[in-house]
Design a protein around this ligand. Structure first.
Ligand SMILES: C[S@@+](CC[C@H](N)C(=O)[O-])C[C@H]1O[C@@H](n2cnc3c(N)ncnc32)[C@H](O)[C@@H]1O
Length: 249
């Protein structure tokens, strides 16, 4: 294996959640399967303004228009996909893909779109299939950033647009402390049975750890460029919410 073929993990292995790198995939699948039925209410408590409206604005800003064929990777309960359906209209299409079976059950109860169980790293689509590809708040959970971006590049049509919505570790110390405290409070609140539960509290704790240890924006931008994407830009809000946009030439 050459240097450039090596995996690029989005964060180092998190010992308090899974034993070793080989357990990462199983842990991520289990935590999302276990919390899928409460994902929407928990997300609306936690969202800090990154709800459906924020997702829709980001989609429009990055160039999603009527008639496009879209792939939403890590679709979860379909919060990004729902916004996409309203933009692409009947002449376009939205396909959802997720590794968690239980998440797909949830989205299937809400949206009438093709749904596929699969991994961002091995997409079951032909080359040049989509005008637009999205990933909302899941890049921190993939096994390999390089492999994932290669797949995104492959399945996008020439001129196709990639939009990634993510959270970043705040570089401003004051914002970092505020966000850290906010997540601590959210772990306590969401762990309360009735609001969330033990699994949901653990999910929020895991979220904070992945944000805290997440590779920086420059690594993401450089990796997108190395993959062959052009016009790679990132946009930050409150030193925390981040969008990455990239175009396949
Ligand atoms: C925080 S949820 C985000 C859901 C949705 N995109 C949103 O904006 O609300 C993360 C999702 O990523 C999925 N996921 C994690 N790793 C994945 C992978 N390698 N391939 C596909 N889906 C993955 C999880 O199963 C989960 O549904």
């Amino acid at each position: 294996m050459t240097q450039t073929d090596e995996k690029l993990v989005p964060h180092p292995h998190l010992k308090q959640f899974y034993e070793g790198e080989s357990q990462r995939e199983e842990f991520v699948n289990r935590i999302f399967d276990d919390t899928a039925s409460k994902y929407d209410p928990v997300n609306s408590i936690l969202s800090l303004g990154s709800g459906i409206r924020y997702r829709k604005q980001a989609l429009i800003r990055s160039g999603l228009t009527s008639g496009m064929d879209v792939l939403d990777v890590a679709t979860g309960t379909g919060l990004v996909a729902a916004a996409e359906i309203s933009i692409v209209g009947p002449k376009g299409s939205v396909t959802g893909l997720d590794r968690s079976y239980n998440m797909l059950i949830e989205v299937g109860n809400k949206l009438n779109i093709p749904l596929i169980q699969g991994d961002a790293n091995v997409l079951p689509f032909a080359n040049n299939s989509f005008h637009f590809l999205t990933m909302g708040y899941a890049l921190r959970h993939v096994d390999d950033l390089k492999g994932t971006f290669k797949e995104y590049f492959r399945v996008l049509k020439p001129g196709g647009i990639l939009l990634i919505l993510e959270l970043m570790r705040p570089t401003n110390k004051m914002i970092y402390r505020i966000v850290q405290l906010y997540f601590r409070l959210m772990v306590a609140l969401i762990s309360i049975p009735g609001i969330g539960g033990k699994n949901e509290g653990r999910l929020i704790k895991y979220y904070w750890n992945t944000i805290d240890k997440f590779v920086g924006s420059s690594t993401i931008i450089n990796t997108l460029c190395e993959t062959g994407f052009e016009e790679v830009t990132s946009h930050q809000k409150f030193n925390f919410f981040t969008t990455y946009i990239a175009v396949k030439p």
